[in-house]
Design a binder for this molecule. Structure first.
Ligand code: SF4
Length: 618
């Protein structure tokens, strides 16, 4: 039993609670009584993985079945991995302590591109071949899911299949098929050919990719009877789909140590840089009763004293006031706090401010993204400077003294005036504080600017755009810093090298599989952690493999070019994305979906239904 060996290591590593299992609400079953064993892997550390809502939902949904046992696996930190490799201990699942090679299905959620080397490292630590072609038996099948599978091509060689879209219903169909194939002694190829017929399942080995001399994609051809296009799955009714009544309570403090509760999927806004804003469409909301009931059950089964209402744009949830009334009717008595992340400046009502004053105060964060109105219109942020300043004024009158503002550098059409505009807007927010007679007395204001680098992503209007080069980004960062004239404003940046690598992998093709493998074989893992990130090793790999990274990042694509992800269908019409792209160059906005349906096409994935509740659906 591996756990006996692991116990000897625990005193030697940081945060041993990451590796023990046995937490409250973790699910234990008799492995001989189930027909399928599913190892759900999060390719990052325990603290990150245990904060992820998706793994909680799918773990609970899978374990609802008596014939399936789903167990959790996280990437061991550097110190633990070293000890495991020295003792030839394979990667194991937390619930049973059994090695991954004992499982029928191994799933990886791909939340961000910088976790890719961890996937290879975990397969290797499990003693499994990293390439799908080298795993010949029916089990284990290695499957991928999550936001990054809207372009899984840079990881295609390592996965047997991908689940495109929402997994609650789709995973059951995959479980049923794998159980049947095991019972009938089918081969892996036979299983994959059948799996490719399940809506939303993408078997990359059944698609042949050819390239033009200029290195762009020439064609993607389906084989083995696989569909020409793989269409993502969506859950039609969020009030009816399975949702956990219990969350596992971790032994180690995790990033989100609270009840994180999903209130809606999709977003009505259509910001042209935002991938999630398009790939999670169409809009679907839960009723306030459902949310309230589920939150109560989760607080009572975990003991958590905080609820975070999560979505892409919480203040756009149409039942927010009704929900707040329902929640506050029991949370205040039970001393449970409510956090309302991702509020927009343009619908920050007095009523909402009232609710915020009744819950434990947290920092105020807004995301104008761009410093000037012209650029905010180009990215379709639909926020005016006056709305920004009005909300800041309300917040300062309400007693707030700190505001965090999120911006991006490198956006399409951006000029150096737009960059300086970031500092000017922040300065105006500072001005709002000192001209506000109701501001907290005897206190100063702190405005912190957090600046990310724009990374063009698939299935957005900006999927054809060139990403800024490293030099351009650094020059713009320097220009921004020199534009800030007061200490009341602090500026922090994301690591541009990490954004550059993210950009390569986000719009990459299958030729990058070799680069991911090279990086891993030369020690890269935990790439999303600054102190573990070895950019030079990645660059060395690209060079050795004859790959020009700027082909993927700094190159503008024609609208006619075949994109590596064009054989996947996320419901968003390509012409809609092209129209939105061209509007950006005219700094023309598109009204949000509650005002007018823009005809993105995603409602067709849900029988024409979309909860945006706009006046005329296209
Ligand atoms: S179908 Fe229309 S209303 Fe729904 S998300 Fe798309 S554009 Fe918005």
């Amino acid at each position: 039993m591996i756990i006996k060996e692991v116990e000897k290591i625990l005193p030697l590593v940081q945060k041993p609670g990451r590796y023990t299992g046995g937490e409250l609400n973790s699910i234990i079953k008799d492995k001989n009584a189930v027909k399928l064993r599913y190892a759900f892997c999060f390719p990052d550390s325990y603290e990150i993985g245990m904060s992820h809502l998706g793994i909680k939902i799918l773990y609970s949904a899978a374990n609802e079945r008596d014939d399936v046992w789903c167990e959790r696996v996280f990437a061991p930190w550097h110190d633990m991995e070293k000890e495991m490799r020295e003792r030839h201990l394979p990667l194991y699942a937390l619930e049973s302590g059994d090695p991954l090679s004992d499982f029928d299905l191994i799933g990886f959620t791909l939340q961000y591109e910088l976790c890719y080397t961890n996937v290879l490292n975990m397969l290797d630590l499990a003693g499994l071949p990293i390439r799908a072609a080298d795993r010949r038996d029916l089990t284990p099948i290695v499957v991928g899911g999550g936001p990054c599978v809207c372009n899984p091509e840079p990881m295609a060689d390592f996965f047997d299949m991908f689940m495109i879209g929402e997994g609650e219903e789709m995973q059951n169909e995959v479980f049923d098929l794998l159980i049947e194939c095991k019972e009938k002694g089918k081969s892996k190829q036979e299983f994959l050919a059948l799996a490719a017929q399940i809506k939303g399942v993408y078997v990359p080995s059944f698609y042949d990719v050819e390239y033009n001399d200029d290195l762009t994609v020439k064609s993607v051809t389906a084989t083995h009877g696989a569909p020409e296009k793989v269409t993502k799955r969506v859950i039609s009714d969020l009030d009816k789909v399975h949702y956990p009544e219990k969350f596992i309570v971790p032994f180690v403090e995790v990033v989100h140590d609270r009840v994180v509760h999903e209130i809606l999927r999709g977003c009505i806004r259509g910001c042209r840089f935002c991938q999630a804003g398009f790939t999670y469409r169409p809009i679907r909301e839960k009723s306030a009763d459902t949310v309230n009931d589920q939150c109560m059950k989760l607080c009572h089964s975990t003991g958590y004293d905080e609820i975070s209402l999560s979505s892409l744009s919480t203040s756009d949830y149409t039942h927010l006031e009704e929900l707040m009334e329902k929640l506050l009717s029991w949370t205040e008595k039970e001393r449970v706090n409510i956090a309302l992340p991702s509020l927009r400046v343009d619908n920050f009502s007095e009523k909402l401010m009232g609710y915020l004053n009744r819950v434990r105060r947290s920092g105020l964060t807004f995301a104008p993204e761009a410093g000037t109105q012209r650029l905010r219109d180009a990215i379709n942020k639909n926020v005016t400077e006056e709305e920004m300043l009005t909300t800041a004024r309300q917040a300062f009158s309400g007693g707030w003294t700190a505001v965090k503002l999120y911006f991006m550098l490198g956006l399409p059409t951006e000029t150096y005036d737009d960059v300086a505009g970031i500092a000017e807007l922040a300065q105006k927010v500072v001005g709002e504080f000192y001209t506000n007679p109701d501001r907290p007395k005897g206190k100063g204001v702190q405005v912190s600017i957090s600046v990310a680098s724009f990374v063009p992503k698939p299935f957005t209007p900006f999927q054809w755009e060139a990403q800024n080069s490293l030099d351009e980004l650094i020059k713009k960062q320097e220009h921004l810093l020199s534009s800030v004239k007061t200490r009341k404003i602090s500026v922090s940046y994301h690591n541009v090298n990490i954004s550059f690598l993210e950009g390569i992998l986000a719009r990459g093709d299958r030729r990058l599989c070799a680069a991911v493998e090279y990086a891993w074989r030369h020690g890269c893992k935990f790439d999303s952690w600054d102190d573990s990130f070895h950019f030079e090793t990645w660059l060395e790999g690209f060079e050795k493999l004859g790959i020009d990274p700027e082909f993927y990042t700094c190159r503008k694509r024609d609208f006619e070019e075949i994109l590596p992800w064009d054989h996947l269908d996320y419901g968003i019409r390509k012409q809609f994305l092209i129209d939105e792209n061209q509007k950006a160059y005219r700094s023309e906005t598109t009204p949000h979906c509650r005002i007018q349906c823009a005809g993105c096409g995603s409602n067709k994935l849900n029988g024409g239904k979309c909860d945006a509740m706009c006046k005329n659906m296209v």
